[in-house]
Design a binder for this molecule. Structure first.
Ligand SMILES: [Mg+2]
Length: 208
């Protein structure tokens, strides 16, 4: 069986997206982790050929809404919660960087230290490449999937030479419409499901 690397988005996929989680002092009160995400990641990680890593865009750092340290603290807190449930992901990655185009569009100074043209921010594949490197995997030799609640998540999987799975929840109708249109032209590389457990089932059904 091929080795499989699964990237999964954080906000809106594993936990409820409250907008820049960690920016508020009482962020722990806002933390809600979807039970289906726990079940889905667990199903995946129980398979010895599958590695799951979390990859999250954190533009809030460039906006000055929260520090890089706070992002790490939030990630560690979610990781601890997952471990309590017996779920062990193989790595946590975040992109604090945004492009110049993003900066202009969002009213950030282009001299902001987090404005950088690199391939870290999804839909680019820098975080997956780093994860593959850290796990001694070669992207070209393995199957790659990316699970998330936005079009950029789906595109990250495709850009890495793999597939993208959109989790269609109550909050992301706009991204569902976008991805549904993309999926019409790319039925073998784009999947739309209701939750992470179903995303896991699709990935595992492809391994037999
Ligand atoms: Mg998200």
């Amino acid at each position: 069986m091929d080795k499989i690397l699964v990237g999964i988005d954080r906000d809106g996929t594993i936990n409820r997206d409250v907008g820049y989680l960690g920016a508020k002092q009482n962020w722990k009160d806002e933390l809600f982790i979807y039970p289906d995400a726990i079940e889905g990641i667990k199903l995946l990680t129980e398979n010895p050929d599958v590695k799951v890593v979390v990859a999250t865009n954190q533009a809030g750092i460039a906006h000055g809404f929260l520090s890089e340290e706070k992002v790490k603290e939030v990630n560690a807190s979610i990781d601890a919660y997952l471990k309590e449930k017996g779920v062990y992901v193989a790595g946590w990655y975040y992109s604090p960087f945004v492009s110049t185009a993003y900066a202009i569009e969002n009213g950030l100074s282009v001299t902001n230290p987090w404005v950088k043209e690199n391939d870290m921010r999804k839909p680019c594949t820098g975080m997956l490449k780093q994860a593959a490197h850290d796990l001694s995997m070669i992207l070209d030799d393995i199957k790659v999937y990316f699970i998330g609640d936005k079009d950029v998540d789906v595109l990250t999987g495709i850009n890495a030479g793999g597939a993208g799975i959109l989790v269609h929840r109550a909050h992301n109708q706009k991204h569902y419409e976008l991805v549904k249109r993309l999926a019409e032209k790319n039925t073998r590389k784009i999947f739309i499901v209701k939750n992470v457990r179903k995303a896991a089932k699709i990935i595992l059904s492809h391994t037999v």
